[in-house]
Ligand binder design. Structure first.
Ligand code: PLP
Length: 422
């Protein structure tokens, strides 16, 4: 059967999260990167003002990570971690992450990224209550505008509606409910309406990222944690963006003084040099599965690349760089500068409706008359990568190796573009 070729034919690769007619023919093809800069196939150099998708925390092209991957692949590319088998790198990384964890004495589940981590955390939450003899506790509550990846649970608990649409009336996984972003009372009301006996877990990003960069209102996270404790609901902190330094502490849980039951992580654990994510699990959840006995239950999670040895070796090298170069403290410094500069931007530019900073990540809300997409397109022409986020927002989350001058130049470029579009 013949068919008429169209402008949409493009390359065979189907771009992710893309409205294809808006993207094809305009793709920015990166073929090299070093430090905070990307290089395109057509010879442009761009400041990576988003650290990719919030992952390139130590910057791009670090030779120590390349060397770690090479050495590991030559020794053992990987061996799976199913049943009696395991590899030494997965064990070593588990120990190191347990030492950094905001949860005391955790067990560490490793897999391939944030969506994996969320799926495992939500399954484990339901499995926990089933094992406790309370199988009715299945509902997973999340927040409006939340992003928790795009696997089955992540899609179903998404608060960004476009990510839920088209997969069935209840999305993929039934029994998921959303509550407004900073509203403790709304969560309390939802718990009362549904009944705590039906609820397995509350999942939240400490600083909401893709939803537009929404740092927690003062006291919010502490209050929802208490509400969860009081109602026997597991408190799941999605630290896929915030983990490994983005909020100026190793985990945001430390910054906000939280003791979650489960913590999901990904991105910053390898700074994106290898696909890796996972879940930190509190003792009250893991202990029964570790009990010695024939009737001890098993938690059936896992994928071929769970605990991938090369990804784990790369994570170790990434954590070495993060610690040796003091990059978590540097992220805290950069947060202060970002805060000051965005406040000035908001004061200067009538087209800025609001700015928000929570860690070294910032959101700039642009007034309705200007489209965030147009601003990010104009920024690209000036050599800066930002990203339009939900709610007509601009994403600002450069690598932690960014210099003061580079950050100032980035915010100045936003100022310049907005001035031109006002
Ligand atoms: N959770 C949060 C808070 C995220 O921001 C993301 C990705 O951006 C995910 C989960 C999903 O992670 P991944 O894309 O690695 O599957």
């Amino acid at each position: 059967m013949s068919r008429t070729p169209t402008v949409l034919d493009g390359p065979a690769l189907w771009p992710a999260q893309a409205h294809l007619p808006s993207v094809l023919g305009r793709q920015i093809v990166i073929d090299r990167a070093a430090g905070s800069y990307l290089h395109t196939v057509d010879g442009r150099r761009l400041f990576d003002g988003t650290a990719g998708l919030w992952y390139a925390n130590i910057g791009h092209g670090h030779p120590a990570l390349a060397e770690a991957a090479r050495e590991q692949m030559l020794r053992l590319e990987t061996y799976h971690v199913f049943s009696r088998f395991v590899n030494d790198q997965a064990i070593a990384l588990g120990e190191r992450l347990a030492g950094l964890s905001p949860i005391a004495d955790p067990k560490v589940i490793l897999n391939s990224g944030g969506s994996d981590a969320i799926d495992v955390a939500c399954k484990l939450a339901r499995r926990h209550w089933q094992r406790e003899g309370r199988p009715g506790k299945t509902v997973v509550i999340s927040r409006e505008h939340a992003y928790h990846g795009l696997h089955a649970f992540g899609t179903s608990i998404a608060g960004i509606e476009v990510n839920r649409e088209g997969y069935g009336t209840e999305s993929l996984v039934p029994e998921t409910v959303r509550v407004p972003v900073h509203d403790v009372d709304a969560l309390a009301k939802t718990i009362a309406e549904l009944g705590a006996d039906t609820i397995a877990a509350f999942v939240t990003e400490p600083v909401q990222g893709t939803g537009g960069v929404n740092p927690p209102a003062p006291g919010y996270l502490e209050a929802v944690q208490e509400l969860c404790r009081d109602n026997d609901i597991l408190f799941v902190l999605d630290e896929v963006i915030t983990g490994f330094g983005r909020t100026g502490t190793m985990f945001a849980a430390e910054r906000y003084g939280l003791q979650p039951d489960l913590v999901t992580f990904a991105k910053g654990v390898t700074s994106g040099y290898a696909p890796l994510g996972g879940v930190l699990v509190a003792p009250r959840i893991w202990e029964p599965f570790y009990a010695d006995g024939a009737d001890t239950p098993a938690f059936r999670y896992g994928a071929t690349y769970s605990g991938h040895a090369t990804a784990c070796a790369v994570a170790q090298a990434n954590l070495d760089v993060l610690e040796r170069d003091g990059l978590v403290a540097r992220a805290a410094e950069l947060e202060q500068l970002l805060d000051t500069r965005l406040a000035q931007l908001a004061a200067n530019r009538p087209s800025v409706a609001e700015v928000r900073v929570g860690g070294f990540l910032g959101g700039v809300t642009v007034v309705d008359e200007i489209r965030a997409e147009d601003v990010t397109d104009a920024l690209l022409d000036l050599g800066f990568v930002s990203r339009p986020l939900r709610g007509n927002n601009l994403q600002i989350s450069p690598p932690f190796i960014t210099t003061d001058d580079e950050l100032v130049a980035f915010v100045d470029a936003i100022d310049h573009v907005l001035a031109e579009q006002e």
